[in-house]
Design a protein around this ligand. Structure first.
Ligand SMILES: Cc1cc2nc3c(=O)[nH]c(=O)nc-3n(C[C@H](O)[C@H](O)[C@H](O)COP(=O)(O)OP(=O)(O)OC[C@H]3O[C@@H](n4cnc5c(N)ncnc54)[C@H](O)[C@@H]3O)c2cc1C
Length: 441
């Protein structure tokens, strides 16, 4: 029973679901057997890779949960600059195997997030400026579909399925293997992180926005609002609301150090964590801020058309109102290689949003649920006038209550194409614990 409880637990401590059965797969054959069992017994399937999905899509009540945590192998072909990654791998597995050859592919900001969930809905990380989203580097995959078949997809074989995997989420089957293109990165990269106090005003954020308008093709960045605390911060700042202008330069570390230096000269800093460091260390920097299973979480995000002064003021006001000191909110830049991909080239859809605003409610006491969920939702709603056609990053929603409308708005013109592919590969909607695409025209 203890093992069952450990296996059904996911990253968000609010999620408490009990599947009828959990199958811990070791290879693609096990996944085929699990999918066949679910179909023959008319059970819906949830799939767990990293378990980070905040809505808890990895675990279901009463259905069959496929746990991929025993499938984390990564093989790097350094000559062809590709990595072959099993469906249950975490980003730290990919980063470490690839960096052994001086290579990397864009992942997320936390190293224990699953490759699968992050990639299937897009994948926004530090390298997005020069190398795009994770999906932009996905070149092939093996998928166990609802009929129990192992389907290979690449640009020539079943290309529609590969297109759908590039943003369409876990709707089409269990991906047991991802192949990514790799790029020479590091080992050292420039990470800039000057920290300013919210009480000192929005000047540094405005200057950072204007800086990124010139250099966004080579700088993956976010302005993260949080609460100062702990030994890394000067004691007089503890408890203050602060923001970090965090950036990774997507190129030579020394060049990046010189380019990003002005971001540390925008006012009185609370402190400055800027430094050249190894790429794998950057990828693990924020891990301790987000420990698995410890906090209750409710997240919301929306794309922004642009980052106006008014939106910056609103983000500062919302950050100051957070009921929990563990909550964070962020403004993420896009541009560069991410923006260069056409809307119809991947299921992900339109890339013309300039920015994203995310609010991550994070707290401990169940008695504080209403206040913290309310903060995330109200902050999200307050940014609606600055939004990008009601669209959002589908990896960051709260608990699915905005589900269908948000999914349709986000995919836009790609939605009907996704429906056709869903009908082909999963007509009974066996894979429904995700940003669901209904198999109905
Ligand atoms: C602490 C934290 C930090 C994050 N940072 C980032 C970030 O920097 N950038 C970013 O883009 N996102 C980030 N995210 C969001 C993250 O991308 C999503 O939560 C994503 O769903 C996590 O993937 P996972 O495999 O860990 O999740 P899981 O909960 O295991 O799965 C998520 C979804 O994917 C499906 N799925 C899982 N494995 C497979 C598979 N092999 N085949 C088919 N479907 C599958 C599941 O059914 C589920 O619907 C972060 C999340 C957390 C909690």
């Amino acid at each position: 029973m203890a093992e069952f409880d450990e296996t059904r637990a996911v990253w968000n401590a609010m999620i408490d679901r009990k599947p009828a059965m959990i199958v811990r797969c070791r290879n693609a054959d096990d996944v085929v057997a699990a999918v066949n069992h679910a179909r023959n017994n008319d059970l819906p399937i949830s799939i767990r890779a990293g378990g980070h999905n905040v809505a808890g899509h990895a675990v279901c009540d009463e259905g069959l949960m496929i746990d991929l945590r025993l499938m984390r192998n990564v093989t790097v072909d350094a000559d062809n600059r590709t990595a072959s990654v099993e469906g249950g791998a975490l980003w730290r597995d990919v980063d470490e195997a690839s960096q052994a050859h001086g290579l990397a592919t864009p992942g997320g900001l936390i190293s224990d997030t699953g490759v699968a969930g992050l990639t299937l809905s897009g994948g926004i990380g530090w390298l997005r400026a020069k190398h795009g989203l994770s999906i932009d580097n996905l070149v092939a995959a093996d998928v166990v579909t609802a009929d129990g078949k192992l389907v290979h997809t690449n640009a020539k074989e079943n290309p529609e399925l590969l297109w759908a995997l590039k943003g369409g989420g876990g709707n089409f089957g269990v991906v047991v293997r991802f192949d990514f293109a790799l790029h020479p990165i590091g080992p050292e990269v420039m990470f800039a992180a000057p920290i300013y106090a919210v009480e000192d005003g929005p000047g540094p954020i405005r200057a950072w926005r204007d800086f990124l308008a010139k250099h966004g093709d080579l700088v993956g960045s976010l302005c993260e609002f949080s609460t100062a605390g702990g030994e890394d911060f000067p004691e007089e700042s503890w408890g203050k609301r602060v923001y970090t202008l965090a950036c990774v330069y997507n190129g030579d570390a020394a060049e990046g150090e010189a380019l990003l230096q002005p971001l540390s000269e925008l006012g009185n800093m609370v402190t400055d964590f800027s430094s050249r460091m190894n790429y794998c260390d950057v990828q693990q920097l924020f891990d301790t801020l987000m420990p698995a299973g410890e906090y209750r979480c409710y997240w919301k995000a929306r794309y922004l058309s642009e980052l106006s002064d008014e939106m910056i003021d609103l983000a500062m006001k919302n950050a100051s109102a957070a009921p929990s000191d563990n909550s964070i909110s962020s403004l993420w830049n896009f541009g560069g290689a991410t923006a260069a991909v056409a809307a119809e080239a991947t299921a992900f859809g339109d890339r013309s949003m300039g920015w994203m605003y995310s609010l991550d409610g994070v707290w401990s006491d169940p008695g504080d649920d209403a206040a913290n969920i309310g903060w995330s939702r109200q902050g999200w709603e307050s940014a609606e006038p600055y939004g990008h056609h009601g669209r959002a990053y589908l990896n960051f929603p709260g608990h699915g209550e905005d589900g269908d409308a948000l999914t349709r708005a986000t995919f836009g013109a790609n939605y009907q194409r996704l429906v056709k592919i869903k009908i082909k590969y999963d007509p009974e909607n066996r894979f429904r614990f995700n940003q669901n695409i209904q198999p109905e025209v």
